[in-house]
Write a protein that binds this ligand. Sequence first.
Ligand SMILES: C[S@@+](CC[C@H](N)C(=O)[O-])C[C@H]1O[C@@H](n2cnc3c(N)ncnc32)[C@H](O)[C@@H]1O
Length: 274
Amino acid sequence: MQNVEQADPILRWAGGKRWLLPTIRTIIGEERIINYHEPFLGGAAVFLGLTYAGKAFLADTNSDLIEVYECIRDEYRALHELLSEHVNTSQHYYAVRSEIPELAIERAARFIYMNHTSYNGIYRVNLNGQYNVPYGRRENPRMPTLEALKTVSQRLQNSSLDARDFESCLDSVGPGDLVFLDPPYTVAHNNNGFVKYNQKLFSWEDQRRLSNVVDEIKKAGAYYILSNAAHDSIAELFDKGDRLVVTKRRNAVGGSASARGSASEYLFTNVGVL
Ligand SMILES: C[S@@+](CC[C@H](N)C(=O)[O-])C[C@H]1O[C@@H](n2cnc3c(N)ncnc32)[C@H](O)[C@@H]1O
């Protein structure tokens, strides 16, 4: 992995993995990667944070998000111009939120604008597919600069972008490739040994499909790095006889240092095992 400029994410994204980059870089080490795949792209913190110069296959089921990356790749200047027309006021926010523009580039500017000015940057739509996150009253939203968009645009030139389910990534995985998998974490509540999963986000069935995908990636002679919740059921499902790295993330709860806790997450990988 070498040779291109590292870039920062353009979007605020729930479950963003920027904090995992040092660990992921250590895991990859000097391993030679042919193609890179990231089928749960989200805020793209890992793809953008690695300095990988080869071909990338990027995907997410969120088609609005994929459209944003396509516009950054293909027309970042025009996108920046449209973005600079937006202002951070409640009135403007709700006016923008109420209308979905016809042009892809206008929709992309709207997405980025609302991502930075909404309450918490999460992507949430109602049953009619309408974005319904309230205005955030953020004093200094960090809208992407022209320079930041340009850097990301350059990074995306050698990428394919697809709005699709993670299983389709297998179509293009070949020997020596690396697949970074960062699914939404299935929330498990442990009541007397009974594990209930949040069906709406990412069901247990999805986790099982993902486990099969990991098996197929291995069969293809490729590498995988999978991040997932630190839970016994996950450890069992993804025990492929490879490496399990337990990561700890310090998170601020309530803001004061004394109230800070840390949460564990699991990273499963066959890098260094293959
Ligand atoms: C935890 S986020 C990824 C965060 C990303 N690694 C980052 O650093 O910003 C998980 C992503 O998976 C996407 N997703 C959910 N279900 C999916 C599916 N079945 N196939 C592909 N992507 C899916 C969500 O839209 C979300 O963007």
